[in-house]
Write a protein that binds this ligand. Structure first.
Ligand code: SF4
Length: 271
């Protein structure tokens, strides 16, 4: 049964009690410890935090930088242009491959700036980003981005409200909802909950949204279920879960640490 308590939507599960531990990031004495039987999205995130601990989502990406002999500082994800380049390269591919493509650009052009990509031919960009998949389309998008980047007024975007800035960003060719949310978060410092394919799959299976929920509906649900200060962490944890256990085919529900909170997982029968 769904319930809303303190503005957070939760799911009541028969006979279960909350863990009784405090949540250090929320502070003590908020009443969670003694509150009965609400299994919130927060419980799901808490359990994932316990499981993954401080392991970084960027570990894989850092390893690619190391193996390619490129210093990690070259991945300047907070630089507006480099951020947009990285999000375009990340579309429909793994972190490993998009990182290889990003490093390909660094190696080919020395620096990833609007000027270097404006001067480059599309064919050169395409060859540099080949490991990232969809390289024809992405090369054209990167070229177009470099051409129009001067017209993007970052200061103005920073001054705008989040939704207005989001709309403005999505006017840029190649920047969709997820890319805009990544940019809002990392560059403009406007908290938002980017939703990739892993998160979509996980939250549908958890039963937090319906099968046909749109990106916008999912974002609203996630942003209302999870406290703002945990959005970044929750985003990373749900991606990790989607990659490690909640795979598109044959999810490993038997090994899953949040199975009891999951609509799909509750139907799982040990073979
Ligand atoms: S129980 Fe299964 S479906 Fe649910 S989150 Fe875990 S792996 Fe995914």
């Amino acid at each position: 049964m769904r319930k809303v308590k303190n503005g957070v939507e939760g799911v009541r599960i028969e006979g279960r009690w909350s863990s009784g531990r405090t949540r250090p990031w929320l502070g003590r004495g908020r009443g969670f410890e003694s509150r009965p039987v609400q299994v919130f999205a927060l419980d799901t995130i808490e359990r994932l935090l316990d499981y993954y601990g401080g392991r970084s989502l960027w570990k894989e990406v850092k390893e690619v930088f190391k193996s390619e002999g490129v210093p990690w500082r070259e991945r300047n994800f907070r630089s507006p242009f480099q951020n947009l380049v990285a999000v375009i390269l990340s579309q429909n591919t793994s972190d490993k491959n998009s990182t290889r493509a990003y490093i390909g650009l660094l190696k080919k052009f020395g620096k990833i700036t609007p000027e270097t990509l404006k001067k480059a031919r599309v064919e050169e960009i395409r060859e540099a980003i080949r490991p990232g998949g969809l390289y024809n389309l992405k090369a054209r998008r990167l070229k177009e981005l470099a051409e129009i980047f001067d017209k993007i007024n970052i200061k103005k975007l920073k001054r705008m409200g989040r939704e207005e800035a989001r709309k403005e960003l999505m006017r840029i060719k190649g920047i969709g909802q997820k890319s805009a949310d990544v940019f809002l978060n990392y560059v403009l410092g406007k908290p938002s909950f980017p939703i990739d394919t892993n998160i979509k799959r996980v939250v549908r299976r958890l039963g937090w949204v319906g099968e046909k929920a749109s990106y916008e509906e999912m974002r609203k649900v996630l942003e209302s279920k999870i406290p703002k200060k945990l959005w970044g962490k929750a985003h990373e944890l749900l991606i990790r879960l989607g990659r490690d256990l909640c795979k598109p085919k044959n999810p490993k529900c038997g090994e899953c640490l949040i199975r009891e909170f999951c609509e799909f997982g509750k139907r799982y029968k040990r073979g």
